[in-house]
Design a binder for this molecule. Structure first.
Ligand code: MRU
Length: 366
């Protein structure tokens, strides 16, 4: 997508042809900085410290991390060491493991001397696939927006709530939950987006708002607790969120607070859609509440906030009393029964085991 008129993706090959450049997302929304990754260790730190984040982008960064490892040493030992290093960087988003498994499958049969070139090819393919998938999600999601408009308020602005950042910054380009929004906007269709700020790391306020602003999409940032009130007053026509892992039965794990939005949507008859690329489906897991590991992050993200002062300095301040304990669960699980539909690259499907398996038979039976 565009940043000040220049087209950017979130990850690309450096001019040297082998290092990997990313946008440092910890600096948003006030600074735009890029960082170069040169080793698998750099890729691991970028994922763990959330310079890159969002399930699909985590996966692509890990794939390139594997390529960086193979450039140094194409041996079996280096392959499994890179896998082990990268797979434990973040526990919840399944695209990480999916991408590493894809890389391992492509590289293992090859002689050591061919693995580096093949790794760059496969990583680039995974990145391109992500873009194509998101564009398809955009088309299918836009049809839902058009349908809702046709039945509910023809010609009027459709208000869509989203949580966290499932935007182009969370993917290679387009985003998942935002792809339908950009597709609608680019088609001249009137939308307005309610952006949950998404405490504690504020991915909504810092990233989604920044993206929408740069693309010219009308939006309003709201404190996380506002969605229910807006829904009660008819100010939300639909919700679209992303997901870090969706189970074979359609339970959806996403940024903490997603579940509460789904409950409020259910109570108010607001359609609640989840946009997901198929690599986010984990066919080995059924009951998301019981089986998905939920990342617990450092308390500093809850007890402190970073922002820009009036005179332009970036400062971090403490917002809780010293001595109070804090907890930082990064994700929650929305049971399938609260999900109106899954917007996938193969169309909009019901969040249940049979429909998901029917849409992705090659993955379901693996
Ligand atoms: O902790 P983050 O910022 O990596 O969490 C990201 C999310 O929860 C997104 O909504 C999810 O990855 C979907 S991204 C297309």
């Amino acid at each position: 997508m565009n940043v000040n008129g220049q087209h950017y993706r979130t990850i690309w090959l450096n001019a040297d042809g082998w290092a990997v450049d990313i946008i440092d997302q910890t600096k948003f929304p006030h600074q735009f900085e890029t960082v170069t990754l040169r080793t698998p260790g750099d890729a691991a730190v970028a994922i763990k410290d959330m310079l890159v984040r969002g399930a699909p982008l985590i996966g692509v960064t890990a794939a390139y991390g594997m390529a960086l490892a193979m450039r140094q040493d194409g041996s079996d030992g280096a392959l499994s060491a890179a896998y082990d290093l990268l797979v434990k960087t973040r526990p919840t988003a399944i695209n990480l493991k999916w991408a590493l498994d894809e890389m391992t499958r492509a590289l293992t049969p090859l002689p050591a001397g061919q693995r580096s070139a093949a790794a760059y090819v496969r990583a680039a393919e995974i990145a391109e696939e992500d873009v194509a998938i998101n564009q398809a999600i955009g088309r299918h999601g836009f049809s839902i927006i058009e349908d809702i408009a046709r039945h509910k308020k023809p010609g009027e602005t459709i208000n869509i709530l989203t949580h966290c950042n499932a935007g182009w910054l969370a993917t290679v380009d387009w985003g998942t939950a935002t792809a339908p929004l950009y597709t609608a906007h680019d088609a001249g269709f009137p939308i307005h987006v309610w952006v949950d700020e998404t405490r504690p790391r504020n991915q909504g306020a810092s990233l989604t708002a920044w993206e929408l602003l740069h693309h010219g999409v009308a939006h309003t940032v709201i404190p996380d607790n506002t969605g229910g009130h807006l829904m009660q007053h008819g100010l939300v026509d639909m919700a679209i969120v992303g997901t870090d892992r969706t189970t074979a039965q359609g339970d959806v794990c996403n940024k903490i607070g997603t579940y509460l939005k789904a409950l409020a949507a259910h109570d108010n008859g607001v359609p609640f859609y989840v946009a997901l690329p198929s690599p986010t489906i984990d066919f080995t897991v059924l009951d998301g509440v019981k089986e998905i590991p939920i990342e617990q992050r450092g308390g500093h993200e809850v007890s402190h906030m970073t922002g820009r002062t009036e005179d332009g300095r970036i400062e971090t301040v403490e917002i809780t009393p010293r001595g109070s304990k804090v907890a930082n669960y990064a994700f929650d699980v929305t049971p399938a029964r609260y999900v109106t539909g899954l917007i996938t690259e193969r169309g909009v499907i019901a969040a249940n085991r049979a429909e998901i398996a029917k849409a992705f038979p090659e993955r379901a039976t693996q």
